[in-house]
Design a binder for this molecule. Structure first.
Ligand code: BTN
Length: 322
């Protein structure tokens, strides 16, 4: 974002004269005018008030690497390497490009203000407009082979839900396997991608979370979605604070999962299950039953009337019966 310094000065939403902005940034008033135009091109709505100056119409919530690091407890902070980018194709792709060498214990974390090719599950696009949401990925290494991936995906959903609740979100729900709901709409999604196998039984994964924070409109999204500021307006959602809590919660959950496996997360996941007791179909309609929570491996259970049938994590999607 080329106009970052200007936007930081105007973030308070007050009217700022061209002269005061020019002296704060040490540039001419003409240069300020050019930056205002550039900021408008980048998507910021700036009102020009004749004879008085400029005002940002909507408040901005800027990402700041130091601000994020300050909010992460020391024990986790010293284990991560944080990159905060203005723009990237996909934070997941960036972590894959940065892939640490074998033997490195650093956890790479990438956060971007916008993504030009944000990716969702099942090859879908993830809408990633500038300045409004959180796009965060981290690289994690586990012992245990590919079989643990299904459980991991659910564990990260629990961690994300707990991070939001710690900041004041009320009524966070999980939709199997790891969509995060607030009220009736999805506010966040998680994409876990395998980076590769280092040696027998040691896998590297990239886990990316997209969290709608201030977004109010999104074109082309068919699923019911929401954002934190809309679904939970009584909380003052700040992206740096959300990022810090999210990183801390995801890293802590990954540690707990590595040490103790999935069982400690089962009840924490189930407590938030939005499908519990609902009539559901899976396997493209071949299987129907009532939502009955998850088993020890993270499979979703359908009560078909003839017993509990597991639906394997990662393979198929569940939907409420029409
Ligand atoms: C889903 O479809 O529900 C998962 C969405 C995951 C989106 C996040 S945004 C940060 C990271 N980078 C990506 O390209 N995707 C994930």
């Amino acid at each position: 974002m080329k106009s970052r310094a200007l936007i930081s000065l105007m973030a308070d939403g007050q009217v700022h004269s061209g002269q005061s902005l020019a002296s704060s940034l040490g540039i001419s008033r003409t240069a300020i005018w050019k930056q205002v135009r550039r900021a408008a091109e980048e998507g910021y709505e700036i009102e020009t008030i004749r004879g008085k100056g400029y005002r940002l119409v909507n408040p901005v919530d800027l990402l700041d690497g130091n601000g994020i690091l300050e909010g992460i407890p020391e024990a986790v902070r010293r284990r991560i390497r944080l990159d905060v980018l203005d723009e990237v194709d996909s934070t997941n792709a960036e972590i894959i490009r940065q892939r640490p060498g074998p033997g490195s214990s650093v956890i790479p974390v990438c956060i971007a203000d916008c993504q030009t090719a944000g990716r969702g599950r099942r090859g879908r696009e993830w809408q990633s407009p500038r300045g409004q949401n959180l796009y965060l990925s981290l690289g994690l290494t586990f012992r245990g082979g590919f079989a643990m991936l299904d459980g991991l995906s659910l564990v990260l959903g629990v961690a994300a839900a707990e991070a939001l609740e710690a900041l004041g979100a009320d009524g966070v729900g999980l939709k199997w396997p790891n969509d995060i709901f607030l009220g009736k709409g999805k506010v966040a999604g998680i994409l876990v991608e395998l980076q590769g196998e280092l040696e027998e039984g040691v896998i590297q994964v990239v886990a990316g979370i997209g969290l709608n924070v201030h977004m109010r409109k999104a074109e082309g999204v068919t699923q019911a979605w929401d954002s934190l500021s809309v679904a939970s307006p009584s909380v003052d959602w700040v992206r740096n604070e959300l990022a810090a809590n999210m990183v801390n919660s995801l890293v802590s959950a990954a540690d707990e999962f590595s040490a103790s496996g999935f069982s400690a997360f089962r009840e924490r996941w189930q407590r938030r299950d939005i499908f519990s007791g609902k009539p559901l179909v899976a396997n493209q309609g071949d299987l129907a039953g009532l939502g009955a929570g998850i088993d020890d491996a993270g499979n979703y259970l359908l009560d078909t009337g003839q017993g509990l049938t597991p639906v394997r994590a990662g393979e198929i999607s569940l939907r409420v019966q029409p």
